[in-house]
Structures are given as structure tokens and as C-alpha cells.
Design a protein around this ligand. Structure first.
Ligand code: ATP
Length: 137
């Protein structure tokens, strides 16, 4: 099977860089499955799990910040504010972030930015979901 190069990059680091069989990404317009030789496209990604198929294994990357995906026939580039491999996710940190955000949302105060709290909650949940999905591999 032809492979396609995938790079997942954040402002801080290269999170993933390898030749893969397929990538399934959640774009604002729905799920996209990308194989080698795909037509060029650019898509905005939802905060979501990026599924990477390689050698009959699936890896789940948390795209925990806003992101874009650029597709060319031989290469996929994902640029995201934040992205993590499940092995790099600190579960306790994500649980603590989730709890903190839930508390803020549950007892709104004037000085609490709800949009920010909701975004933090979604980031934490995306990270925990990536870890759970990876376990179920
Ligand atoms: P926290 O409140 O725990 O800092 P956050 O959602 O505000 O979480 P971000 O601003 O999205 O954190 O990310 C800052 C940096 O920390 C990024 O490099 C991100 O990959 C990393 N990061 C955040 N949470 C985790 C986690 N649970 N495990 C591993 N890396 C994380």
C-alpha cells in the first residue's frame, strides 16, 4: 500500500513525523479520510482525535488546540496550537484541568471567562479521550 508522509507540528515541537497508511481527521465540515495521492486541500480541524493508521495499528493523537490540515498527494501537514501523543499525555494534569474547568463552569462568577473555561474543559476531555482510545487499540 502506498504511504503518505504525515507531519503534526505545534508552535513548540514536531509531535509526529512518519510515513503512514491513512489519516482520519475531524474537520469543521466532517470527517476526512486521507490516503496517499489525495487531491490537495486545506481544512480547519476541530479539537478532536486524529487517527493515524500505520502497519495495521491505529494511533490516536489529541489535537487539543485549534488546527489546520494541508493535504498534498505525498504529504499531510497538521498545524495545531497544541497536540499530544497519548504516551506524552499527563493524565493527572488533564484530570486536574478538567476538574478546574468544571468547577468554574458550575459556579460562574463575574471574573470567570466562560468561553475560556469551556475551551479548557474541551482540551482536557480531548486529551483524556485520546488516552482512552489508545488503550482500546
Ligand atoms: P493546563 O491547564 O493543565 O496547563 P491547558 O489545556 O491550559 O492545560 P495548553 O495551553 O493547551 O494547556 O497547553 C500548553 C502546553 O502543555 C502544550 O505544549 C500542551 O501540549 C501541553 N499540555 C497541556 N496539558 C497536557 C497534558 N495533560 N499532558 C501533556 N501535555 C500537556
Amino acid at each position: 500500500m502506498a504511504t503518505i508522509k504525515l507531519d503534526v507540528v505545534t508552535p513548540e515541537r514536531v509531535v509526529y513525523s512518519d510515513d503512514v497508511d491513512m489519516v482520519i481527521a475531524r474537520s469543521l465540515d466532517g470527517d476526512l479520510g486521507i490516503l496517499a495521492n489525495h487531491a490537495p486541500l486545506i481544512a480547519a480541524l476541530k479539537m478532536s482525535i486524529l487517527r493515524i493508521k500505520k502497519d495495521n495499528k491505529i494511533t490516536h493523537l489529541a489535537i487539543s488546540g485549534g488546527g489546520f490540515m494541508e493535504v498534498n498527494p505525498q504529504k499531510i501537514t497538521v498545524l495545531a496550537d497544541a497536540a499530544e501523543r497519548p504516551v506524552d499525555i499527563d493524565i493527572e494534569r488533564a484530570r486536574a484541568a478538567k476538574e478546574r474547568a468544571e468547577k468554574r463552569i458550575a459556579s460562574p462568577r463575574e471574573d470567570v471567562d466562560m468561553t475560556r473555561a469551556e475551551a479548557a474543559l474541551r482540551r482536557a476531555m480531548t486529551r483524556l479521550e485520546a488516552v482512552e482510545k489508545e488503550k482500546g487499540n
